[in-house]
Design a protein around this ligand. Structure first.
Ligand code: BMA
Length: 326
């Protein structure tokens, strides 16, 4: 399928020509799909993807894939790296999904926020690791229904901050932030970005995509908006800028989406019309953004852009004083 439109706006994030970069066929053991991956770049330059893998029972676990250039020649763990552990963590009985990873300098560890799934619905769990081999589970920190979470990489005002997306019994699903002194006890919950209403591309349901990207203008937030249509949902990506010192405060928010499903591998799969990034890395120049995204809940794809250009575009494509948070 040919990419539908050639509007340069859509090329702010450029798809890697040989997408998707990882599929079930690359896996060393039999799986259904591999998608939504957390990403980090180690000091050695190696890229580590913590991939959501769905087996043929429908339940997801996490598996590590490593690559020196972050694009090719992936070394995939021969067995699942992080399995649900329902005996100790019953909230994981239906799987672990959508990990988002940050390096928490103050802990000297990577912090992984992931979705734990059970009869009670999806919730948010946290685990720590130094090497993506051994993991220390903090456990379930946000009860169902909640997902799309990440820790901020550093404390804000002396406390850890978590972005997440609870779903109310009725009404719109917004992005929230909560705070904790110890990663276990969370409070001061606040809505930080609201789903818009009506015909907007990000009406009714939004959620964080990748961990916040720190820039001198603010924390760049890439989020997904879910457009519900009679033919199904369309997951697209939008941008907002949050205050550096007080990330509960949205400074600006783009009106238009930045990237949406266009290619065959994004439009067709187990769940079509989905681009769903959970991780990014930054290149040696300090500006190149490598965005790893789940395509149609079936494969992992890569898009690259410039953080500086994304922020500039955000300024040009937001209405002064309008954060969409009405
Ligand atoms: C969201 C999450 C993602 C998934 C997306 C599209 O709610 O569950 O894991 O990629 O839906 O199915």
């Amino acid at each position: 399928m040919k990419a539908a439109r050639e509007d340069p706006r859509r090329r702010l994030l450029r798809r890697y020509a040989d997408n998707p970069i990882l599929t079930a066929f690359d896996w060393p053991y039999f799986i259904n799909t591999v998608f939504n991956a957390g990403a980090v770049r180690l000091s050695t330059g190696e890229t580590v993807l913590l991939c959501r893998v769905e087996d043929c029972s429908g339940i997801s676990h996490l598996c590590v894939a490593r690559s020196q250039d972050g694009i090719t020649d992936w070394k995939i763990d021969p067995h699942p790296t992080f399995m649900p552990d329902p005996d100790k963590y019953p909230e994981e009985v239906w799987g672990v999904e959508d990990p988002r990873v940050v390096w928490a300098e103050e802990l000297g560890m990577f912090a992984i926020a992931y979705t734990c799934y059970s009869q009670r619905g999806p919730g948010v769990s946290l685990a720590l690791t130094e090497d993506f081999r051994e993991f220390q589970r903090i456990g379930n920190i946000m009860p169902p229904e909640d997902k799309d979470a990440t820790l901020l990489p550093r404390k804000i005002g002396g406390r850890w901050a978590l972005i997440h997306r609870p779903v109310p019994g009725s009404g719109r699903a917004h992005i929230w932030m909560s705070f904790s002194p110890d990663l276990k006890h969370w409070g001061d919950h606040a809505v930080v970005l609201k789903a818009r209403r009506g015909a907007w591309w990000d009406a009714n349901k939004i959620g964080l995509s990748v961990p916040l990207i720190e820039t001198c203008d603010g924390w760049l937030m890439i989020y997904h908006g879910v457009r519900m249509t009679p033919a199904g949902c369309i997951y697209r990506l939008g941008l907002a800028l949050m205050d550096l010192e007080d990330p509960t405060r949205c400074l600006i928010r783009a009106t238009k989406w930045t990237m949406g499903p266009e290619t065959e591998y994004e439009r067709i799969g187990d769940v079509g019309d989905v681009v769903f990034p959970c991780g990014y890395t930054i290149g040696d120049d300090g500006d190149t953004l490598n965005l790893y995204y789940g395509a149609a809940d079936t494969a992992i794809a890569l898009a690259t852009g410039s953080v500086r250009e994304l922020v500039e575009w955000l300024y040009e494509n937001s209405l002064p004083g309008d954060t969409g948070n009405d």
